[in-house]
Design a protein around this ligand. Structure first.
Ligand code: R2B
Length: 279
């Protein structure tokens, strides 16, 4: 999909400029992207990042380095894929690699961690005057009622009550944001996957939780206040609501992409078996 869309100015995705929604940014002499160890004063962001079209984010630093090396090979870029350099080496919060028009960044685990990264990424793309950017979240998740190895492309990111929304507390008040993702790109990815036939792929809803253990109905945490039957009942309801996998970042990812005019896609592999037998 990256190769298909590179350099195609007529492409229907290629319309939007990355939007920030904060008037304060215009009056700031310097914007420090603290957790990337970058700043508008010390770095020429348009020169460094102005050609970015695809941003791929995932939880683990090692995985996102390996992904950058893979993309380097796929795009047949000059130089050695092993030499990709961490742009954020001044901090160990996140790692970032640029390979041609693709940025590969780690975001850690959970909504707070990815949310900090997304604020700084969106400001970075804005300061760098990037246009037509598509943002992908790649990663792992627990599947619900799927065969092991199935890839889920997210249709809607939903909360613990299966609602397509993300609640952010701002100055003590809850703000609710929509979490539906770009349908066109999701369908295109599904089409690519069915042509490749390398792994089973489905489109479904992804449930985002704020915890890996109790929040996901797991029986193997340090705390567990529910029975196996109660857990299965919850997962059954989730399945009926269209949930096909569970992870910990999708709602804020989808909400921030929508607000800032970015096409957001989430595709995740299923690792854990939520079948009531495994966990
Ligand atoms: C998937 O895997 C991590 C938990 O093990 C978390 O970041 C997620 O969403």
């Amino acid at each position: 999909i990256l190769l298909n869309h590179m350099g195609n100015e007529e492409d229907e995705y290629i319309k939007e400029q990355v939007q920030v929604n904060n008037p304060n940014l215009d009056t700031m002499e310097e914007d420090i992207l603290y957790h990337f160890s970058l700043s508008t004063k010390t770095h020429n962001l348009p020169e460094m990042f102005g050609d970015i079209k695809f941003v791929c984010v995932g939880g683990s630093a090692n995985r996102m380095k390996a992904f950058a090396q893979f993309i380097h090979q796929e795009l047949k870029l000059p130089g050695n894929p092993g030499d990709v350099k961490d742009i954020c080496e001044g901090t160990d919060r996140y790692c970032m690699y640029k390979v041609g028009p693709v940025l590969s960044i780690s975001h850690g685990m959970g909504v707070p961690s990815i949310s900090i990264m997304l604020h700084e990424l969106i400001k970075l793309l804005h300061h760098a005057q990037c246009r037509d950017v598509v943002l992908f979240r790649l990663g792992t998740s627990g599947g619900v009622g799927l065969a092991p190895g199935t890839v889920v492309i997210t249709e809607k990111a939903v909360d613990y009550s299966f609602r397509p929304q993300f609640e952010q507390v701002v100055l003590g008040k809850v703000i609710t944001r929509n979490t539906e993702l770009d349908e066109g790109v999701a369908n295109e990815l599904l089409q690519c996957s069915s042509e490749l036939q390398t792994f089973p792929t489905v489109i479904g809803n992804t449930m985002c939780t704020h915890d890996f253990y109790e929040g996901q109905g797991r029986l193997d945490g340090a705390l567990c206040s529910f029975s196996q039957e109660e857990k299965l009942e919850y997962l059954r309801k989730a399945y009926e609501a269209g949930v096909r996998n569970i992870e910990m970042e999708s709602t804020v990812f989808a909400a921030m992409c929508r607000v800032c005019g970015l096409k957001g896609i989430i595709f995740l592999t299923k690792q854990t078996l939520y079948d009531g037998k495994t966990f």
